[in-house]
Design a protein around this ligand. Structure first.
Ligand code: SAM
Length: 243
C-alpha cells in the first residue's frame, strides 16, 4: 500500500469503504484539468464528519466522474467547541479570517454586524468555499460552518446557556492577556470587532453580560484580521487542542 495521497478533497457525501461518490464539474476539473490526474489515481477524501479515506478516481471526464472510496487513512478529529464571531471587513481580509479560523481550529464561524461594521451583506457560499479549501490544505477532517451575517445585538440576545464569550477589547490593550483566569467551560466563543472597534453602547452591553469576559491581545492595537489570528492562537494554546 502506498503512503497517504497528497491531494485532499472535501466531498459532501457520507464516506465509508466501498462507497462510490460522484464528482461535481468543478471537482472533476480540479482533479483532471488542474492536478492532471487520470483514472486510477489515488486521492484523499473527507466529508467533515467521518475522517479521511483513500479514494481512487474510477471514472473521470471534464463534466464529472466517480470516486471509489477505500480504507480509512485518518480518524475524524473535531476541533474544540469554539466559535469565532467577527465583524466582516474588506473582502480579502474577511477571506483571510475565514481561512485562518479554519486552519486554527474554530468549530463555527459567525459573521456579526456591529454598529461600526461597513459590510451589510456577505457571500456566505463564497466564505464557506474558503473554509472548505482551507480544511483541504491543512489536513483537517472538519469544516467549520460559516453562518449568515446577523446583528451582534441579536446574537447576544439569543446567546446559548453555558457558552462563554471572550470579547477582544481594544480598550484593554496594554493589559496582560489573562486567559488563565477564565471561568471553567467547554463551550467558547471569541468576538473580534471591525476596524472602527466597538461603540460605547456595545462595550457597555458586553460589560453587563454575565457570560462575557473581556480579554486583551497585548500592548498594540491589532488589525481585525491579525486580532482574530492572535485570539484563536492564544485560546488554542491555553484552553484548546494545542494545550
Ligand atoms: N478602532 C479601534 C481603536 O482604535 O481602538 C481599533 C479596532 S481593531 C483595528 C479591531 C478589533 O481587533 C477590535 O475591535 C478588537 O476586537 C481587536 N483588537 C485589536 N487590538 C486589540 C488588543 N490589543 N486587545 C484586544 N483586542 C484587540
Amino acid at each position: 500500500m502506498s503512503g497517504r495521497p497528497k491531494i485532499r478533497l472535501f466531498v459532501d457525501h457520507a464516506l465509508a469503504p466501498g462507497e462510490r461518490v460522484g464528482l461535481s464539474r468543478d471537482q472533476a476539473h480540479y482533479l483532471t484539468g488542474v492536478m492532471r490526474l487520470g483514472e486510477g489515481a489515488e486521492i484523499a477524501v473527507f466529508d467533515g464528519r467521518s475522517g479521511e479515506f483513500r479514494a481512487v478516481l474510477a471514472e473521470a471526464s471534464k463534466r464529472g466522474g466517480t470516486l471509489e472510496v477505500q480504507e480509512q487513512t485518518a480518524p475524524f478529529r473535531a476541533p474544540p467547541d469554539l466559535w469565532l464571531l467577527f465583524a466582516p471587513i474588506k473582502k480579502a481580509r474577511t477571506d483571510f479570517i475565514v481561512e485562518k479560523a479554519t486552519e486554527l481550529g474554530a468549530a463555527r464561524i459567525c459573521p456579526v454586524q456591529t454598529e461600526f461594521t461597513n459590510a451589510e451583506r456577505i457571500r456566505r457560499d463564497r466564505l464557506q468555499a474558503h473554509a472548505i479549501e482551507a480544511a483541504e490544505q491543512c489536513g483537517g477532517t472538519y469544516v467549520p460552518e460559516v453562518d449568515e451575517l446577523v446583528p451582534l445585538s441579536e446574537m447576544l440576545g439569543n446567546w446559548p446557556e453555558g457558552r462563554r464569550l471572550l470579547f477582544a477589547d481594544e480598550g484593554l490593550s496594554g493589559a496582560a492577556a489573562a486567559l488563565s483566569e477564565l471561568p471553567a467551560s467547554d463551550q467558547w466563543a471569541i468576538l473580534i470587532g471591525p476596524e472602527g472597534g466597538f461603540s460605547p453602547a456595545e462595550r457597555e452591553r458586553l460589560a453587563s453580560l454575565p457570560f462575557v469576559s473581556a480579554i486583551s491581545l497585548g500592548p498594540r492595537i491589532l488589525r481585525a484580521d491579525t486580532a482574530a489570528v492572535a485570539a484563536l492562537t492564544l485560546f488554542q494554546a491555553s484552553h484548546g487542542d494545542w494545550a
